[in-house]
Design a protein around this ligand. Structure first.
Ligand code: ZN
Length: 195
């Protein structure tokens, strides 16, 4: 029985995530918490390490530096692309997320950060890169992970059962992006286009 947050524990968290200007960008409530497997890189390292040893009911304010969050902002990780390289008829908007395949067949997501008549600027930095993050967290549950959860490297909550069937069929358990899940995958699906 895990009484405190430690490796191999499935932890349920209620949290509010703010930027340093106070803007709330993500939160979960105590009755619908984020569940993660501690020690399996499910959440950003700067938050995970600050939760070690906490008990159910514990609350904590955690400030995460960019280096331990989504990385420093890299001004080189921006590309200006000829507008003609985008499919004609594709309506490009500032701030939209586009999926860009590279020569190895991997798909990278970028944010459209500037549009001129002839060119489109794509920013490949994570939207939270370079930003200090302020978490207010409360531990609302701790339980021991099952052997299967430890093997998969993520918790199996009730809602995950369908996903897990998918996973068993296709063996693609690690192909989904935790960050996107946390920061509004649903919203982004509407604007994500493959170029
Ligand atoms: Zn699984």
């Amino acid at each position: 029985m895990n009484e405190t947050v430690q490796n191999g524990a499935v932890v349920s968290l209620a949290y509010t995530l703010k930027l340093s200007n106070g803007e709330v960008i993500d939160y979960t409530e105590a009755d619908d918490p984020l569940e993660y497997l501690h020690g399996a890189d499910n959440i950003i390292p700067g938050l995970e390490k600050e939760l070690v040893g906490l008990s159910v009911g514990a609350q904590k304010e955690v400030r995460v530096s960019p280096a331990e969050g989504y990385g420093e902002y890299d001004p080189e990780d921006v590309e200006e692309v000829d507008v003609a390289e985008f499919p004609s008829g594709m309506s490009l908007k500032l701030g939209m997320v586009v999926a860009i395949p590279d020569s190895d067949g991997n798909v990278e997501e970028a944010i459209v950060s500037e549009i001129t008549k002839d060119s489109v600027t794509l920013d490949f930095n994570h939207p939270l890169a370079g930003k200090p993050l302020m978490f207010s967290v409360e531990v609302v549950g701790i339980r021991e992970a099952t052997a299967e959860e430890l093997e998969h490297g993520h918790p199996h909550s009730l809602e995950m059962e369908e996903f897990d069937d998918f996973e068993d069929d296709f063996d693609e358990e690690d192909d989904f992006d935790d960050e996107l899940e946390e920061f509004g995958e649903d919203d982004e699906d509407d604007t994500t286009k493959t170029v």
